[in-house]
Ligand binder design. Structure first.
Ligand code: NDP
Ligand SMILES: N[C@@H](CC=O)C(=O)O
Ligand code: NA
Length: 428
């Protein structure tokens, strides 16, 4: 039986897992696709580097074009990362009729439409299950499982590194910088972990999920992103006292033909299932008009979980090759949806304020909320006041983002408010 030949671009965390699964599960894979799957060439930056998996050194190359232009290679698996270079390589591979599997969310969030259009033109598959929530088959689920429904909300913990950090900060009181180093050593973080901790990686994933879930043209620029670098132990402590967990949440909402997509540290009620997603685990909560509430859970990063999705995509490509139906999976048309204005985006908020500890301050603060028509759900003044005044924790009822911004502006100008320490969106 003629083997299906694969060119693997990258032999780092994910690439190593791909080699292990393709070799270790070869018999199972063959029984599904009817022929051997052979990784015939592997692209690396540095051939001399020692590897975590045994590979035949003659397969290694530092020249991507040697792989992409090899007529024997049927499928390219891109797990090297980066955007401009990967885009060029993938477009050339598609031009030459090769199918593509990629784990690259940066690329798919920024150039997905261009790459998928080229794939359609050439009758090729481009599958990217590993790009969002590493080991969870969420892309398939959105495309196929919910094709019959109209999704109104997608809420996700879609970055393993930050969930790992927040979990360790919350459970062990660990220091942010130390846990980040651990996440890097475990292979969870991006090569530049700024994209993890500043919410950009999650924003890219939410671009992909909301595009597929809402069947809409969502651009990365449409997604507002705030990361976890300002989350403090104090915030996490207060969240726990009030029955919340701090999570980096991607939230995409749709009403008719308007949408909003954002990523921000959020206080999630402990009774919500997503609040108990810890460590490197990810979860994607999906609400559909017909189905109601659903949630998908699993490891979000790391060698073997991510490689599981990559190789499952590879199997899907090879099955399509056998059936002669490659290039048929792509969505035919996307709706143009408007972004919600700040007046249309609504949620509850948590505020931690440092204020003067004297008579009448609470009344002034309440007056600001009242003037801007934001209703308060609860107020707490923790028993241990800070040195130069009092701490005040306020949780609002649902309020528009626009009204909340005005409240914050009013507090900036109010002498009795010494500092707005923290502001969080509240869910659940
Ligand atoms: N790690 C994870 O948990 C997840 C990662 N991803 C995505 O998968 C991709 C790979 O991630 P990961 O495996 O962690 O990354 P690594 O940094 O561990 O590995 C990257 C690999 O690609 C090679 N490489 C990178 N750039 C080039 C280049 N310009 N030319 C030739 N070879 C190159 C490197 O070569 P060398 O080894 O010689 O340096 C290395 O083998 C990224 O897009 C990432 O976002 C997606 C989901 C989860
Ligand atoms: N750095 C990413 C890797 C998977 O996409 C994460 O931590 O989730
Ligand atoms: Na996935």
């Amino acid at each position: 039986m003629k083997p299906v030949k694969v060119g693997l671009l990258g032999l780092g965390t994910v690439g190593t897992g791909v080699v292990r699964i393709v070799e270790g599960h070869q018999e199972d894979l063959q029984s599904q696709v009817g022929s051997p799957i052979l990784i015939s060439k592997i692209l690396v930056k540095d051939r001399a580097k020692s590897r975590n998996v045994a590979v035949d050194a003659s397969k290694l190359t530092e020249d991507p074009w040697e792989i992409v232009r090899d007529p024997e290679i049927d499928v390219i698996v891109e797990v090297m990362g980066g955007v401009a270079h990967s885009r060029d390589v993938i477009l050339e591979a598609l031009e030459r009729g090769k199918h593509v599997v990629t784990a690259n969310k940066d690329l798919m969030a920024m150039h997905g439409p261009e790459i998928l259009a080229k794939a359609r033109e050439k009758g090729c598959d481009v599958l990217y299950e590993a790009s969002v929530a590493g080991g969870i088959p969420i892309i398939r689920t959105l495309i196929e499982g919910f094709s019959s429904d109209r999704i109104t909300k997608i809420m996700g913990i879609v970055n393993g590194t930050t969930n790992y950090i927040l979990t360790k900060m919350s459970r062990e009181g660990a220091a942010y910088a130390d846990v980040l180093k651990e996440a890097q050593a475990l292979g969870y973080a991006e090569s530049d972990p700024t994209s993890d901790v500043e919410g950009l990686d999650a924003a890219r994933k939410m671009t992909i999920l909301s595009t597929l879930g809402f069947r809409a043209n969502v651009a990365l620029e449409d997604v507002s992103a705030k990361g976890i670098s300002n989350v403090t132990q104090e915030d996490i402590g207060y969240a726990k006292r009030l029955g919340y967990e701090v999570k980096l949440l991607g939230i995409a909402e749709r009403q008719d033909d308007t949408i909003s997509v954002s990523v921000q540290p959020t206080m999630v009620k402990t009774s919500h299932p997503i609040a108990s997603v810890n460590g490197v685990f990810n979860a994607v909560y999906v609400h559909g008009e017909a189905v109601g509430e659903t949630m998908f859970y699993g490891p979000g990063a790391g060698e073997m979980p991510t490689a599981t999705s990559v190789v499952a995509d590879l199997v899907a490509v090879v099955k399509n090759m056998k059936l002669g139906v490659n290039g048929r999976q792509a969505q035919l048309s996307y709706k143009v949806m408007k972004l919600k204005t700040d007046e249309q985006i609504s949620s509850k908020y948590f505020l931690l304020l440092h204020v003067d500890d004297k008579a009448g301050v609470l009344a002034q603060i309440a007056q600001v909320f009242s003037n801007l028509d934001v209703s308060i759900e609860s107020v707490m003044q923790p028993s241990a006041p800070h040195k130069s005044g009092a701490e005040l924790i306020i949780i609002t009822h649902n309020a528009s983002k626009a009204a909340m911004n005005k409240v914050l502006q009013a507090f900036e100008a109010l002498p009795a408010v010494q500092q707005i320490k923290s502001v969080y969106r509240v869910e659940g």
